[in-house]
Design a binder for this molecule. Structure first.
Ligand code: SF4
Ligand code: SF4
Ligand code: SF4
Length: 299
């Protein structure tokens, strides 16, 4: 019988004659792929699948000697098993994928680029990455080794402003109709970063602003625009037994900077981790300033 590597995406069960197949999806699956997984679960498992916290699907109760056959069948449906062991794990994305009204970056594109460049690369122990399309941060960037949040920095063109003050309401989490007859969209933030100045014009307090971009989407004449679109970066978080929030290491960077910092963080992790330390422990031992010195500082 072929010996299976447990780090390959075929997981050991406590019932030793059975395995669980892990299919990393990051929350997106076609209807045909769902049918295929349902067929396999029905035929080779116990008719159930499990949804993981990282938006993958696992099919449990596959007989050990059927695992490789099932893997091949999944591959034919463009479903690769994996996301195990000492490597860059599945990149988790928020559920935006081009349809969420709050999205300010192209989540799907960023997810794909990061996956193509880094998924499966060797690291001292697991390295988890997450991409959220806006400051609402639905993909839990703060409990990942590397969290990314899309940001849109607002700027008002006063010559176009008609003093409707919808931006003021938007920044308080106000409710707006999108089109006649279409349900309203409620803002998710309550920042109150926009107030009305003595001249009657709206004013943005950039110390309070979190660059969510919601005021921009809700300015009827387009007086509010995104001066810059970029990324917030959070490093060294984790969930699990000893949860820890990540450090905000960059509040707003360009796409080029994002990849420089991601690449640098993986190199830093490889260089300074002792044994199977998670990044969070490396940062606790060496300090966040050590990380910044090695990764953020430009030559
Ligand atoms: S993080 Fe923002 S863009 Fe992504 S699903 Fe949540 S609200 Fe939508
Ligand atoms: S929503 Fe736009 S037009 Fe209305 S007050 Fe704000 S900036 Fe001016
Ligand atoms: S981008 Fe800033 S000012 Fe605009 S709604 Fe968000 S927090 Fe408020």
């Amino acid at each position: 019988m072929t010996k299976i590597r447990w780090t390959s995406g075929i997981l050991a069960q406590k019932q030793r004659e059975y395995t669980t197949m892990r299919v990393p999806l990051s929350g997106r699956i076609t209807s045909e792929q769902m049918d295929k997984m349902a067929d396999i679960a029905e035929r080779d498992g116990k008719g159930i699948v499990l949804l993981t916290i990282r938006k993958s699907i696992e099919i449990p109760w596959i007989k050990y000697d059927q695992s490789l056959k099932v893997q091949r069948e999944l591959q034919q449906a463009k479903l690769e098993i994996g996301s195990c062991g000492r490597s860059v794990r599945t990149v988790v994305r928020c559920a935006s994928t081009g349809r969420c009204p709050f999205e300010v970056i192209d989540v799907e594109k960023k997810y794909q680029e990061i996956t193509d460049r880094y998924y499966g690369k060797s690291t001292p122990t697991k390295f988890k990455t997450s991409v959220s399309g806006c400051a609402n941060a639905c993909a839990n960037p703060y409990i990942n080794d590397f969290g990314i949040v899309g940001k849109a920095h607002p700027r008002i063109d006063f010559s176009k402003c008609d003093k409707c003050y919808k931006c003021v309401e938007a920044c308080k989490g106000g409710v707006f109709a999108t089109e006649d007859g279409i349900p309203e969209v409620e803002g998710a933030i309550t920042q109150e970063a926009i107030t009305i100045g003595e001249d009657g014009m709206p004013r943005i307090d950039y110390d309070k602003c979190i660059d969510c971009g919601w005021c921009i989407s809700n300015c009827p004449p387009g007086a509010l625009g995104a001066e810059r679109v970029g990324y917030g970066i959070y490093v060294g978080g984790r969930g699990g037994r000893y949860p820890k929030f990540a450090h905000e290491v960059a509040r707003f960077v360009s796409e080029v900077e994002l990849f420089r910092i991601l690449e640098g963080t993986i190199e830093y992790f490889r260089k300074f981790a002792e044994g199977r330390e998670r990044l969070v422990l490396v940062l606790e031992r060496l300090g966040i300033e050590h990380y910044k010195e090695h990764v953020l500082k430009e030559d």
